[in-house]
Design a protein around this ligand. Sequence first.
Ligand code: HEC
Length: 206
Amino acid sequence: MKLAGKMFALIGLVASLGGAIAVTYFIGGGVSAKPQPGDLETFVARAVRDMAIVWHAPDQENPLPDTDEVLAEGRAHFADHCAVCHGNDGSGDTDIGRGLYPRAPDMRLAATQDLSDHQLLYIIENGIRLTGMPGFGTGTPESELASWPLVRFIRHLPDISESEIEEMEALNPRSPADVRQEIEEERFLRGEDVAPAEPATPAHVH
Ligand code: HEC
């Protein structure tokens, strides 16, 4: 066989082997998002992901000053856009965060805190392909500027206080039905002639 023929045969063999492994992986493990990714899978996925991000994200520190105002801006933004998956405390311990594959990580831990400022920014702006992490950026300097306070807030997560979490709870997105129910409860408590409304849909208990 000529060299080119041998090369094609080898490529074909490697491709079929890869395909067989992928088919076994999905058929054997199913496509359920429920199981926790294994240690090896997490290690390989994170290593590849981090290499790709380092490649694309130039080294740059947070250009914003380390002030209470910047932190407060990041905290409010996080409560509104991120907490649904990551939790106000960054633990990832939410209905959605726990159900994703891979899970929303506990961002208070070293694996996240060891990422550089610009790696964090890159992830927020671009998201992470094949995971539940959306890209929020528009590719403009304005969008980056709006995301830097989030980087500051993520750095602060290991020291977040109870009162900050309470403040965030008031900013977490609520459905119109929740808001209506709250207003009616307040009117009921003020003695106005209205019974507290039942939730529009039965509570989803897990
Ligand atoms: C729909 C769910 C969802 C939302 C909303 C979301 N994330 Fe994520 N995020 C994820 C998941 C899942 C991962 C884990 C991806 C992985 O393992 O590679 C992640 C990973 C990250 C990471 C990387 C941390 C690490 O150690 O891997 C950062 C930083 C991050 N998110 C920030 C944010 C910020 C800031 C927001 C809001 C602007 C946000 N995320 C909104 C699901 C979400």
